[in-house]
Design a protein around this ligand. Structure first.
Ligand code: NAD
Ligand code: G6P
Ligand code: MN
Length: 445
């Protein structure tokens, strides 16, 4: 953008458990990404204020020259901003619980972004995302939105269809965390690797992992390692995904690899390739939402309350992780036109040569002042292509159901999901989800 500029940032979903990590990351990198102001925006003022009060103390102590505020007023939040870092959860953990529990009642897996739970969440997220995109465009037409809000695949398709010219970049931190594990496995650092990848969000494969300088091919070593251990590593290398359920997910990658031993799988493929296993290992009375409430949410909000109680921060309360580092690197790449390669969710348009042009795919992109420009990944094999065709149709049907208010299209989406065994089961789940989401979904006819 411009030399010497200091950036104005709004974080939408200011009350998110990930907000403190991103703020801290930005404070630690002011030499390469100078800040003028940080504003938090949320539509739940009470929740946001807990983090806002604590971060006001952190900011006063660590960055007194950077303006800081938190607000529920869209005009105040979005005016004069360069970047909006978004991570909203429409319906919060209360609705996530229902997304996970309702399908389990019918023997179908309950997951935040995959299967019926992800579809239900998608139908809620579209409304919230359109709202914040419109605020951004009204108050800061030049601003970029870097969006983590899930389910990123459905959100990205909704952006493509409903806000095609908006400056929104949809991203995911899972491949970043997994790549960190890969680097550790081969004794290298994250930036030492040069990777190729194709897929949809939470639905993809690495086709190549090489040393960025020497060109050494790490795939044979990684395939052997993952075939035995999944992505499980001795050392806590990706601190974000460390709960017991995540450890089981990293391990399960060994079984994902068996389906195609030439590519390294994204951990989320477990929900599509082994849904029966996932259901067997689920407790319908205690799902991942409960773990997050008892874990991450309690830790982050507990740390915030402690800072406020003491009136000072020791510096160790909030931690940065992959999630924070990726979004700040992305902002920097746009701001300084660095042309770094990062995975983003973009319209295919030939990036995957034998896949639909209008599918939102996750591929390596060159990122600069024009946003992400997809790198061509060539043709993909029949197995992966078949799986992706089915899943992308689910995602498109959800957005069509939303825009047309169509019950039939949403029933088709659920039926087509690889996680659902039949149209009959899909209908039972759908009817329960409609009841649970009355306050959030458009009316379906
Ligand atoms: P959280 O519930 O702690 O925070 C979400 C916040 O969004 C809440 O404070 C809530 O009040 C707010 N919110 C909801 N609707 C809003 C709206 N319309 N406008 C403004 N604010 C709104 O959730 P979390 O666990 O911290 O996760 C936040 C989001 O980030 C989720 O969507 C999650 O799935 C996503 N996430 C994505 C990735 C990725 O790889 N893309 C990684 C991590 C988290
Ligand atoms: C990964 C995914 C995110 C997802 C998160 C869920 O980071 O990339 O898309 O939201 O895991 O984590 P949780 O701990 O909330 O289940
Ligand atoms: Mn993700």
């Amino acid at each position: 953008m411009t030399e010497g500029k200091k950036f104005n940032i709004v974080i939408a979903g200011g009350g998110s458990t990930y907000t403190p990590g991103i703020v801290k990351m930005m404070l630690e990198h002011q030499d390469s990404f100078p800040l003028s102001s940080i504003t938090l925006y949320d539509n739940d003022g009470e929740r946001q204020a807990v983090l806002g009060e604590a971060l006001a103390i952190v900011m006063r102590e660590d960055a007194p020259n950077v303006a800081f505020s938190y607000t529920t007023d869209p005009g105040e939040a979005f005016t004069n901003k360069d970047f909006c870092m978004a991570h909203i959860r429409v319906g919060k953990y209360g609705m996530r619980k229902l997304d996970e529990r309702i399908p389990l009642k019918y023997g179908v897996l309950g997951q935040e972004t995959c299967g019926p739970g992800g579809i239900a969440y998608g139908m809620r997220s579209i409304t919230g995302m359109l709202e914040i995109i419109d605020y951004m465009e009204r108050y800061s037409p030049e601003c970029w939105m870097l969006n983590y809000s899930n389910p990123a695949a459905i959100v990205a398709e909704a952006c493509r269809v409903l806000r095609p010219t908006s400056r929104v970049i949809n991203i995911c931190d899972m491949p970043v965390g997994t790549r960190r594990r890969m680097a550790y496995i081969v004794g290298k650092d994250y930036d030492d690797l040069d990777v190729r990848y194709f897929g949809l969000n939470h639905f993809g494969w690495w086709t190549s992992v090489k040393d960025v300088r020497t060109g050494e091919d790490y795939m044979p070593r990684l395939l052997e390692y993952v075939g035995e251990n999944g992505y499980l590593t001795q050392k806590a290398i990706d601190t974000q995904h460390m709960d017991a359920s995540w450890i089981a997910t990293h391990k399960k990658a060994a079984d994902l690899l068996k389906l195609d031993p030439q590519f390294l799988p994204n951990t989320y493929l477990k929900y599509y390739l082994y849904p029966d296993y996932v259901v067997e290992h689920s407790d319908p009375d205690h799902t991942r939402a409960d773990e997050v409430i008892e874990g991450r949410e309690k830790e982050v909000f507990g740390a915030a309350r402690e800072i406020v109680r003491k009136g000072t921060a020791t510096g160790g309360e909030f931690t940065v992780d992959n999630h924070a580092s990726f979004i700040v690197s992305l902002a920097r790449a746009i701001a300084y036109n660095t042309h770094e390669i990062m995975l983003c969710i973009v319209e295919n348009n030939g990036a995957i040569a034998n896949f639909d042009d209008d599918a939102m795919v996750e591929v390596p992109c060159v990122v600069g002042m024009n946003g992400p420009e997809a790198m061509c990944q060539g043709k993909i094999p029949t197995f992966e292509r078949g799986m992706m065709q089915e899943q992308v149709a689910v995602e498109k049907l959800v957005v069509e159901a939303y825009t047309e208010g169509s019950y039939l299209k949403l029933w088709q989406a659920l039926t087509l999901s690889k996680t659902v065994p039949s149209a009959g089961v899909a209908k039972l789940i759908l009817d329960d989800l409609i009841e649970a989401n009355k306050a959030y979904w458009p009316e379906l006819k």
